[in-house]
Design a protein around this ligand. Structure first.
Ligand code: GLA
Length: 385
């Protein structure tokens, strides 16, 4: 959980902005909610010195990276940087090809805790080889760092990167839109729903220490409150890295409330670490389930459409099973207590039919608590499993 400069500031990043974001995160409730990392994305780089050591852009970072990392650490937070496996970053700055061990050493000396490693200009490189080289370089540098692979899913890293990166991007870059895609000729940007759909077949590859990364959050960057809430909730259902990407020093209270909802964050951070799946679809409403540690479940009824939709779910006729986690929930046998994670109110039990009107581009998010009572002993006997 953290923040990254790219989605809001792109290349207009400097040490004042980074300090301001660290100040905001440390005092606005985000740090208390679990956010830790302050990550600088592309365009911090200046030149290499005569020995080849990378220097920050002296105009943007006149105090140097060590001083900035110290500042962030002084707030009780962690510090992240960005590089790329090619010769140049996507923003055209110097990248790490041929300097991997030297750069890793530099990052360790600066006090870097997190490296996002991009894939521009790498057409002639083997992805597994390039990411393995940087992993080994970071290891040799001796400072623990989160290694965030940003190869956009081009070489299907979920098949080979479990022991290389802590997370891997799965798609093209996000932009602040709920539906659709933005064409740029040679590349695209993808909306929340388009990225969400691409995660569905990938859940079997994710788990503690090796996560699918559906890209950084666009919460607070221009979508509606409903869309921000649905985006955040679904990224929590996906066990995604929660990297905010807005201006933390100037955000509306309703945006901060989304970022700091403890019950929704608990779904993201749940120790069982199993990515959610779609259980059923009714017109525009998708019903998602995520098994949680200790027998609970999270459930979302996501309205993908623009119009509000009435939905009803008769629990007693539903049987949720997940071969991946070997968990099931048979609501005709076991009754779960329901908690609405956005209103923070109890919402009845699975003994009653759930009916709700879900606004367009919004969702209902529930936690099912297993300590609900069994319906009756006789019913259980008729259902041996
Ligand atoms: C790529 C990445 C983005 C961002 C930019 C920076 O597009 O996917 O997340 O890091 O590069 O140039």
């Amino acid at each position: 959980m953290g923040w990254n400069s790219w989605n809001k500031f792109q290349c207009d990043v400097d040490e004042q902005i980074i300090r301001a974001m660290a100040d905001a995160m440390a005092t606005n409730g985000m740090k208390d909610a679990g956010y830790q990392y302050i990550n600088i994305d592309d365009c911090w780089q200046g030149q290499r010195d005569v020995q080849g050591f990378i220097q920050p852009d002296p105009k943007k970072f006149p105090s140097g990276m060590k001083a900035l990392a110290d500042y962030v650490h002084g707030k009780g937070l962690k510090f992240g940087l960005y590089s790329d496996a090619g010769a140049k970053t996507c923003g055209g700055r110097l990248a790490s090809r041929g300097h991997e061990y030297q750069d890793a050493l530099t990052y360790a000396q600066w006090g870097v805790d997190y490296l996002k490693y991009d894939w521009c200009g790498c057409e002639d490189l083997n992805a597994k080889g390039a990411y393995t080289t940087m992993r080994d370089a970071l290891h040799a540098a001796g400072r623990p760092m989160v290694f965030s692979m940003c190869e956009w899913g081009q070489n299907k890293p979920w098949h080979w990167a479990e022991d290389i990166g802590h997370s891997w991007r799965t798609t093209a870059d996000i932009y602040p839109a709920f539906d659709g895609a933005l064409e740029h000729g040679s590349w695209q940007q993808w909306s929340v729903l388009k990225i969400l759909d691409a995660q569905k077949p990938l859940r079997v590859f994710a788990g503690p220490g090796h996560w699918n990364d559906p890209d950084m959050l666009e919460v607070g960057n221009g979508m509606t409150v409903s869309e921000d809430r649905a985006h955040f909730s679904m990224w929590c259902m996906l066990c995604a890295p929660l990297i905010s990407g807005n201006d933390l020093a100037h955000m509306k209270p309703e945006v901060l409330q989304i970022f700091t909802n403890p019950e929704v964050i608990a779904v993201n951070q749940d120790k069982f670490g199993v990515q959610a799946f779609v259980y059923s679809t009714n017109a525009n409403v998708e019903i998602w389930f995520k098994p949680l540690a200790g027998g609970d479940w999270a459930m979302c009824a996501l309205n993908r459409g623009k119009q509000s939709q009435n939905t009803s779910f008769d629990w007693k006729n539903e049987k949720v099973g997940d071969a991946l986690s070997k968990r099931d929930a048979n609501f005709s046998v076991t009754t779960y207590a329901l908690q609405n994670l956005w209103t923070h109110q109890p919402a009845g039990t699975t003994a009653d039919v759930l009916s709700a009107e879900i606004p367009g581009h919004d969702l209902l998010m529930l936690r099912l608590k297993e300590n609900g009572t069994a319906l009756d002993a006789g019913a259980q006997k008729n259902h041996p499993h």
